[in-house]
Design a protein around this ligand. Structure first.
Ligand code: ATP
Ligand code: MG
Length: 194
């Protein structure tokens, strides 16, 4: 079994996330992609959606795609979500699975600063995707990461959750920037004050 994990805050989930997951799924013959919203500690939460709301938006987004699932391990664990801790747990629970972790170019460049990155890089392979505004400088990564980061090509999408929250706050449309079911969920709810 080859499982891709698409981690993020997903506040809200948008089509950049969906296309990144699909590109990785397609390019590396993954069996499934697990979308995994991280927990946001209360003191960092700010004006965004709650963990339950972010989880529900991700559920709405993957609905109808049998290859895409949602896991709530980080939100259930609470506190600061460290990927190394999560992957240790997941590998203990599922010893036969090869995990891949899907990340945008901003995160690829930041990998050297991740907690316990050397251990994590032994446990899984990172699948990087392009993102406007961030150079993918793989050769600048430390040597131990060189054969642990592979790329998947996706249509580059210039959308971030921050843009979406700002557009909503300014009274602009975000329709088609997020999956339809997510747009409907956002419109029905009040987490971004539409
Ligand atoms: P925020 O603006 O709140 O940081 P975001 O759009 O960056 O939101 P995150 O939840 O922070 O979304 O990102 C989760 C993962 O998805 C990260 O690995 C990030 O690099 C990747 N990602 C987010 N947006 C895109 C995009 N438009 N194209 C490719 N990857 C993306
Ligand atoms: Mg981000």
């Amino acid at each position: 079994m080859r499982i891709g994990i698409m981690g993020g805050t997903f506040d809200p989930i948008h089509i950049g996330h969906m296309l990144a997951a699909e590109a990785a799924y397609d390019a590396f013959q993954l069996d499934r992609v697990w979308f995994m919203p991280s927990h946001i500690p209360p003191h960092k939460q700010g004006a965004g959606a709650t963990g339950e709301e972010r989880l529900q938006m991700v559920r709405e987004a993957v609905h109808g795609n049998a290859a895409f699932e949602v896991i709530d391990v980080e939100i259930r664990r609470g506190g600061v979500s460290y990927t190394f801790e999560t992957i240790r747990e997941l590998q203990e629970l599922h010893p036969g699975i090869q995990f891949y972790f899907i990340i945008g170019a901003d995160m690829v460049n930041y990998l050297p600063h991740w907690e316990h990155i050397e251990e994590l890089a032994q446990r899984l392979v990172f699948i990087g995707v392009r993102r406007p505004g961030y150079e993918l400088a793989l050769h600048e990564l430390p040597a131990f990461l060189h054969d642990r980061v592979v790329l998947a090509e996706m249509p580059v999408v210039d959308i971030s959750s921050t843009d979406i929250r700002e557009r909503i706050a300014a009274g602009h449309s975000v329709r088609y920037m997020v999956p339809d079911q997510v747009f409907e969920y956002i419109t029905r709810g009040s987490m971004y004050e539409i």
